[in-house]
Write a protein that binds this ligand. Structure first.
Ligand SMILES: NC(=O)c1ccc[n+]([C@@H]2O[C@H](COP(=O)([O-])OP(=O)(O)OC[C@H]3O[C@@H](n4cnc5c(N)ncnc54)[C@H](OP(=O)(O)O)[C@@H]3O)[C@@H](O)[C@H]2O)c1
Length: 388
């Protein structure tokens, strides 16, 4: 049997020098979807005689896969075409049929992929199926990183059994996140808050700590009116946006008031604590209470995240908590991305700090981050960082 070829962009022969353009297009199409959780965002382009004859992307879980959408668009023109797919075509029957079979049936000549699917139900088997059917399969390895970047949570869940965690905080110029009395509405401006809505919409779960629930009574849901998508983006993502991310409260002693707004908004809520559950905590149609293993007297963050990945298929989790829980996540090394909205305001030294990290005695002990994105959002600045 043939094997898959792996090619770098600088190794492309003259006849296929345009392949990176089509692969980039497939990756851009994949990015059309705000949230495909628990599935990956995938894009596909079918090219015949140097013309794009079909394009597709996975819109939302349960909907057609990218390859199927592109094949439908291409119809008979798919025969002998080259298929560019941002992720290895699937080989298993999930909610839809295997895409490798669909490509074989359509008689495509070559399948070009950017990444191998880390899902154990696929993991090279999609490629093997195509090769066994006599189709040439090529991986453009320079696109591997970009394809993984589309789906940080999908890869993290499959490879490490945990979701990708973003921790978002809004702070003043002097690094304060709330007044001494707990008031924090609003440090950042409306456009930054709209940007946070987008982060929520991309997440499988939005997670907070009980003290934020008690202080702010937030809903933590996605609100279309605040999300402010352009009409085309809204139309493309209607289905995904009709599903609210899971809302999770870490509340060791189950103190969440039954009247909390977070319990009222549409969508499911999980309240994770460590105390024995008493009969007064009655689950409702959308609220589940769960007793977790404790670390100290609080919810063990490692096992909680593993449970979000395994029991709730969470891929991308957004932590929107105060300093206490955000610090706990950072100190446990569980934050993959820190997103700071910096508002041009001074709250003064009585106000609460961004984080409560203590015990750093020398510069060699400090926690280091690298800036991966920096932009102005109206009058605020958004900095995205990754731990080094
Ligand atoms: N500026 C911002 O971006 C922003 C965002 C959110 C909130 N805030 C502000 O932050 C303030 C609340 O912050 P906070 O620091 O007091 O509370 P928090 O971080 O929201 O919640 C902390 C609580 O979570 C619970 N918890 C459960 N498991 C935990 C674990 N493993 N590690 C740490 N905590 C765990 C603990 O209560 P139990 O032990 O009872 O479980 C803990 O006291 C409010 O004033 C709010 O307005 C600001």
């Amino acid at each position: 049997m043939k094997v898959m070829k792996k090619i770098r962009n600088d190794e492309l022969e003259p006849a296929i020098l345009d392949w990176p353009v089509y692969m980039q297009r497939a990756i851009d199409l994949a990015g059309n979807s705000i949230n495909t959780s628990p599935n990956p965002r995938v894009g596909c382009v079918l090219v015949s005689d140097s013309k794009i004859v079909g394009e597709g992307w996975h819109i939302a879980a349960g909907e057609a896969h990218a390859e199927v959408m592109a094949l439908v668009q291409a119809g008979a023109r798919a025969k002998s075409s080259v298929a560019f797919v941002s992720l290895e075509p699937c080989s298993h029957i999930g909610r839809t049929g295997p895409c490798s079979d669909a490509l074989i049936e359509a008689n495509v000549a070559i399948v070009v992929i950017a990444s191998i699917d880390p899902n154990p139900a696929v993991a090279g088997q999609g490629v093997d199926k195509l090769l066994a059917a006599g189709i040439e399969v090529v991986q453009l390895i320079d696109f591997d990183l970009a394809a993984r970047g589309l789906n940080p949570g999908y890869f993290k869940r499959r490879e490490e059994g945990r979701p990708y965690v973003r921790c978002k905080l809004a702070m003043s110029l002097d690094g304060r996140t709330a007044l001494v009395n707990g008031e924090s509405k609003w440090i950042s401006g409306p456009q930054s808050r709209s940007d946070v809505q987008r982060l929520r919409a991309a997440s499988s779960a939005v997670l907070t700590g009980i003290e934020t629930v008690l202080a702010d009574d937030p809903s933590l849901n996605v609100r279309l009116e605040e999300l402010k998508l352009d009409p085309e983006e809204l139309a493309l993502n209607q289905l995904a946006l009709s599903r609210q991310p899971l809302r999770v409260i870490l509340d060791s002693q189950f103190r969440t008031p039954e009247t909390a707004k977070i319990l009222e908004a549409p969508g499911e809520v999980k309240i994770f604590g460590v105390e024995a559950l008493d009969s007064a905590k009655t689950p409702t149609a959308n609220v589940e209470y769960r007793q977790f293993e404790a670390r100290g007297k609080r919810v063990n963050l490692h096992s909680m995240l593993e449970s979000l990945a395994s029991d709730f298929a969470c891929t991308e989790v957004l932590v929107e908590a105060g300093a206490t829980l955000s610090t706990a996540f950072i100190e446990a090394g569980l934050v993959d991305e820190l997103i700071l909205y910096i508002a041009p305001k001074l709250l003064g030294s009585d106000a609460r700090s961004l984080l409560n990290i203590t015990g750093i005695q020398s510069m060699s002990d400090c926690l280091n981050f690298e800036i991966t994105d920096l932009r102005q959002i109206d009058s605020d600045i958004r900095v995205t960082l990754k731990p080094v």
